[in-house]
Design a protein around this ligand. Structure first.
Ligand SMILES: *Cc1c(COP(=O)(O)O)cnc(C)c1O
Ligand SMILES: [Zn+2]
Length: 456
């Protein structure tokens, strides 16, 4: 089989021939062997070698088929910002031309994205980084960045006429799948590790109506099972190995670059579990750079939980070995021992001169309590990014004047069980214990006096 694309092609070269049928806008390519598939092929991975698939688009063109300049592309994104129809008001679909060009009527959008870029003195002080900005993906409709991947994945399910969709999940993917499948009217099936999913996520998944399978095993076993089931039962797989989910998650980066006026930050720091987001961020930066949207490459920093850090370990050895571990951490969203998007993520770290580090559960909780107490709030896994920034400032890798974007991946209410437990603890110095009082004003006054005292 001949492969008409150069291995390093970021976009489809003009005039390329020999592409599969239906590939006028985009093509799917195996990242391992280079095989090309139609954009409407439902295969979860490469039919030849089992490698991960990736999407290669034609670079944006004008109505005369001429390539758009960087400024014209930025202008088109800005226009779509406030445009109707609703699909384009989405922080994902405003970037349709480099996410899923030609999606048109198939789009299933909440809408999602358009999340804020925050600056909070208390969090900057905590990390020692004055130029710290927080990209809060917990503001998405189901409360995590997974909505950005899921709107595109579900749109693809509609395009190919899928009869059912499925995923394995540590919780947030299932909440997002359940919501978008309900909107699309497609039955959804989710595989979650029994007893290892945060309460808010389970509640959402059940409420949005997905069939929820509590698998007696960990996330890595759920993933193996759903992959086998999708192959044998013909269910469309919406895990993060799905290349269209990667396309949607790229928009976290496009949107934050747009919010920064296309001035790339020095660092982008994110929590890392299955490495889908690390891969998506790397692809977004590669494309933004190739299109001339940014002049320099930010350094990508992936932060794993110390108890689930096979990628951080491999990084220290220049990725010579692919490790797996038995994962254990309080941050359930990144409690993953055998990350699926490994190869894509290695490329992302290499191309951005990036770093992979780890944070202990104590460091993650401490960062989270700081983020929560600043009034921002996030779920435990999200705080790994802020813990990572603090570590890198301490180690002298991030300078005090650097611009750093830390991504918070999920909403504070995702894991209420952990929080209520933490804040009732007698032995935790930062616990905000609720106070039981008699129903009298003098009891309130006593509490008020004590609160004012401790605030001074
Ligand atoms: C999914 C998820 C992550 C991990 O992202 P990966 O793409 O699996 O590395 C981190 N935080 C939250 C809240 C998540 O839902
Ligand atoms: Zn292949």
């Amino acid at each position: 089989m001949s492969h008409p694309l150069p291995a390093d092609a970021v976009f489809l070269p003009a005039g390329v021939t020999g592409l599969p049928v239906g590939a006028q806008h985009s093509v799917q390519r195996c990242a391992s062997c280079g095989q090309l598939l139609s954009p409407l092929d439902a295969a979860p991975d490469c039919p030849s070698c089992g490698g991960l698939l990736e999407i290669i688009h034609r670079a944006p063109v004008d109505e005369f088929d001429a390539p758009l300049s960087a400024n014209a592309i930025k202008h088109s994104f800005a226009q779509h910002c406030c445009a109707l129809p609703m699909g384009h008001a989405s922080g994902v679909w405003r970037f349709e031309s480099i996410v899923m060009p030609g999606a048109g009527d198939a789009i299933v959008s909440h809408p999602e994205g358009n999340t804020p870029l925050l600056s909070r003195a208390a969090i900057s002080r905590y990390t020692g980084c004055d130029g710290l900005l927080i990209k809060h993906e917990g503001h998405n409709p189901t409360g995590s960045f997974k909505d950005r991947g899921m709107t595109v994945g579900t749109t693809q399910a509609v395009r190919i006429g899928a009869s059912a969709v499925a995923c394995a999940s540590t919780g947030n993917t299932s909440a997002a799948l359940a919501s978008y499948a309900a909107q699309a009217g497609i039955p959804g099936l989710v595989f979650v590790p029994a007893g290892k999913i945060a309460l808010g996520k389970l509640a959402q998944t059940l409420s949005y109506g997905a069939r929820t399978l509590l698998v007696k095993g960990d996330f890595d076993e759920c993933l193996r099972l759903v992959q086998q089931a999708s192959r044998e039962l013909g269910i469309y797989l919406l895990n993060s190995i799905n290349p269209w989910r990667v396309e949607g998650q790229k928009t976290i980066v496009f949107e934050l670059l747009q919010q920064l006026g296309w001035h790339a930050p020095d660092f982008i720091v994110l929590p890392a579990g299955n490495l889908g987001n690390t891969a998506a961020f790397g692809k977004a930066l590669r494309e933004a750079h190739a299109l001339g949207l940014i002049a320099k490459m930010p350094r990508l920093v992936s932060v794993q939980a110390a108890g689930a850090a096979p990628f951080a370990r491999a990084f220290r050895e220049d990725f010579a070995t692919r490790y797996t571990v038995q994962a254990e951490t309080i941050a359930t969203a990144i409690r993953i021992g055998d990350p699926a998007s490994w190869d894509r993520a290695v490329r992302a770290i290499r191309e951005t001169n990036g770093l992979v580090i780890s944070a202990t559960d104590d460091e993650i909780i401490d960062a989270k309590v700081t983020i929560d107490a600043a009034g921002v709030g996030c779920e435990p896994a999200s705080a790994a990014s802020v813990a990572g920034v603090r570590q890198l400032v301490r180690d002298g890798i991030i300078g005090a004047g650097d611009t750093v974007v830390a991504v918070l991946t999920g909403h504070v209410l995702k894991d209420p069980g952990m929080l209520v437990e933490l804040h009732q603890r007698e032995d935790y110095p930062r616990a905000n214990r609720p106070v039981e009082i008699d129903a009298t004003v003098s009891a309130v006054e006593a509490v008020l006096r004590e609160t004012r005292g401790s605030a001074l």
